[in-house]
Design a protein around this ligand. Sequence first.
Ligand code: FES
Length: 512
Amino acid sequence: MTRHVPIWLAAGPARMASSGFPRLTEDLDADVAVIGGGISGLTTALLCKQDGARVVVLERGAVAGGASGFTTAKASALQQTKLAQIRSLHGDEATAAYARVSLEAIAWMERTVQERAIDCAWERLPDVTYAASEDEVDAVRRTADAARAAGLEVELLDADVPVPLPFAVRAAVRLGGQAQFHPVRYLHALAALIPGEDCHVFEQSAVVRVHEGSPCTATTDDGHTVTAGAVVVCTNYPLLDRGLFFARTEAVRSYLVAARLNDGGALPGSMAISAGEPTRSIRPYVDEHGERWVLVGGEGHTTGADEASTARYEALECFAREHFDVAEISYRWSTQDGAPLDKLPYAGPYHPRARGLYVNAGHQKWGMTNGTVGAHVVADLIAGRDTPYAKLLDPNRVTVRAAPQLARAQLRVGTHLLGDRLAPAEASSSDDVPVGEARVVRAGLGKVGVHRDDAGRLHAVSLRCTHLGCLTHWNDAERSWDCPCHGSRFDPDGNVLAGPAVAPLQRRDPPR
Ligand code: FES
């Protein structure tokens, strides 16, 4: 039977409530408050602690229980076709810096794993971007060109050269010496290094308000405040509106399955990802019992688009069974990433006049390296050190060449903001909502989102997203209300699953 949980979190429920750290129950003083307990937040906190700072990490749910626990955990400088995209938007120098800092992040992670003896199945492997069809060959070639111009020693493989995958490809570019690992074991080890010397990690402590200045404050949903010289926002999608990140960042969902192989079934010899759509991201994994797995990801789409369905998982399962000797699809899960429209992550001051407020976010599916890179940049800035990558990742950069993407994104948001309000209700009564499904139900002159759970109970909420007021859409695959404008997500009772929203959807009575 397939469990709906990442393989990395298989020992617990899909969304762990806690990995053992307490909730914040008092006001505290610190030098640095870090919001978010994923790879960005924990790495930032650890580096600041190593600089002698008193650090407090505030995590909404459980450490490694968000996007960082739902990843494939590939650490690669190749990153599908990202280098070609960065080259076209930012030029050769920026592409070379991005590639270089990605390699530096991998080296730092490996040193940390070795020096701290972290048991996280760290493994160096080649990474491959392949063309599944003739249409994708050009993207592979442009990626190889960009990688070479950036100083990476890549090989361009064509149909005559064997690619370490069990299916034919039209072309591929390979970069040796990249890495993969078990993200939750790695992050739990990082988190364990933080407490002590006046440093703390708190779980179930959602920050709902940040004041910047000297000092800054971060206040949690139950009213406790951390007062600190600096606050770093390390949420997957930047939490606060004052940097206007929502206007230049898309929220993108993607899906994964973990397939256990039969005895004798061959593992792929590299990590791999297709250059085009539909994306297929592949990595091997051997667990602590010697079981061999292939993880297959893909089927990405903008959050809140009416495209989230269980058919996404079925497509990935079909691909896994077609190309690998699969005994069982044991796990499936989905995840969400903040994707800056100009293809570079954000690491640095939150806005041009920021006073003590920083961001490390927008990692666009490559958070293992980008979160680590951003942590180094922000820790350097807080410590007053020169950092060679601050300009590259400046959250307040203006990328003129990304103007068409920005215009398209604003048009899409505007269409949802107005158009969704005009759409008719899907049902006139909650009685019409089938078990396990949800409908937009007419309620007087308005509409209410109604879900009927597997036990037949009704859950009704206002559809109005508490971020900027777009109407949420039902996500059938995850049973959540997702906002198509900037990616906030809410459970069937309206509780926030993902920001930028921080307040829950209003609960309503189910219309009859
Ligand atoms: S996430 Fe911005 S309006 Fe919903």
